[in-house]
Design a protein around this ligand. Structure first.
Ligand SMILES: *Cc1c(COP(=O)(O)O)cnc(C)c1O
Length: 363
């Protein structure tokens, strides 16, 4: 059966590895269906490792977690919202809101008042991500969140790093802006509560960014960009049986666009896994910045000259992909390997890209 296999002990190993690295509270980020692993499952893993503070992006996720029985844990909704339905869900789930603008504070306060409650909220500072949050220059607005809204209790403040995986300079700049805002608030006598900034990349790349707490997602599933020797383990893989095998003669084309022509008689295996399942989706080119564009061109030409190949594991051995990967199919070269139709092929896929319709199997 095609399935995404998730290894519980490896996820726990990763949670514990993160815990050992820090001396401040860990907020377990489980957005996007727990990075594709399953929301309630990831919450359970964190709970079993003693973590009772979760963070999600959708109010609906807070609701799901409460319904799944996570009634005591603190759930931070990591975005502000001016949508009444979302605000009501925050009240209903007694989640911790994010206030990133005065309008979101005003509306949150109204909904909290209407429900006769006081809601916890963390203030978000935009230090460079350019999405939610107050700018450094809006300190007066930030102060008014503390003072002007009776039904909001500020219990934390945070910012989000945009470049922790790729730029020391930008990351240190964001860190400095954030620290400056927090220090000014403290100097003015405000209790900022939990002060948090670092994500996975920042935790594993910088020693001194933990502040009062860290928000960690990717590290829990063992994937941190541009960090070496993390001690983290990969936690999941896609498995699928080989549907059929056959021999192709020399000079036979293969796949869409005839992207490959056999140079010798070649035994192939066909596996019904392709882009729609998430295979190689994460490897799509990232060319937002000119530098990324140049790096992309360089890496593609390097691949062309070195013929670097994409691998799939079968019976413990690497087999290489031939031709273009299709929407639903991948072809691998099994010449000289001991492989039969029905043998299991293992694909390394980032869980966030694994099609949600593929069953998750927990081992
Ligand atoms: C996703 C996210 C995180 C966690 O980032 P990782 O790189 O997965 O550790 C932290 N904070 C915010 C606001 C996020 O959206």
């Amino acid at each position: 059966m095609k399935a995404f296999v998730i290894e519980k002990d490896k996820i726990k190993h990763n949670i514990n590895t993160v815990k050992e690295k820090i001396s401040v509270p860990l907020v377990g980020v489980i957005k996007g269906d727990g990075y594709g692993m399953g929301l309630a499952f990831m919450a359970q893993m964190l709970k079993e490792c003693g973590i009772a503070h979760f963070a999600v992006t959708e109010p609906q996720d807070a609701l799901l977690l409460r319904q799944e029985g996570f009634s005591e844990e603190e759930i931070l909704l990591m975005r502000s919202t001016c949508v009444e339905e979302d605000l009501q869900t925050i009240v209903d789930t007694h989640a911790t809101a994010t206030v990133g603008s005065l309008e979101s504070a005003r509306l949150l306060n109204i909904v909290a008042k209407k429900n006769n409650t006081v809601l916890s909220a963390h203030i978000k500072i935009d230090t460079g991500m350019g999405r939610y949050g107050f700018l450094e220059s809006e300190l007066d607005k930030v102060k008014s969140v503390f003072t002007d809204y009776e039904n909001i209790k500020v219990t934390g403040i945070y910012s989000h790093l945009c470049c922790a995986y790729c730029s020391d300079k930008k990351t240190y700049k964001q860190f400095a802006i954030f620290k400056n805002v927090v220090e000014k608030l403290k100097a003015a006598g405000f209790d900022t509560g939990l002060v948090h900034l670092a994500n996975s990349a920042a935790l594993f790349r910088y020693k001194d960014m933990s502040l009062g707490g860290v928000r960690i997602g990717y590290a829990l599933i063992g994937r941190v960009l541009n960090a070496k020797n993390t001690g983290l383990l990969p936690t999941g893989y896609l498995q699928c049986e080989i549907a059929d095998i056959k021999w192709l003669p020399k000079g036979h084309t293969l796949g869409y666009g005839s992207g490959f022509t056999t140079k010798r008689p070649t035994q192939i295996a066909i596996i019904p896994v392709g882009v729609k399942d998430g295979f190689l989706v994460g490897k799509q080119r990232d060319t937002y910045r000119f530098r990324d564009y140049i790096l992309y061109i360089l890496s593609e030409s390097k691949k062309f000259f070195t013929k670097s190949k994409i691998g799939v594991t079968v019976n413990g051995k690497k087999a290489y992909v031939l031709g273009h990967i299709g929407q639903g199919h991948t072809v691998i070269d099994i010449t000289g390997m001991d492989v039969k139709a029905g043998d299991m092929a293992i694909f390394d896929i980032n869980s966030i890209f694994v099609n949600p319709t593929i069953p998750r199997v927990y081992v």
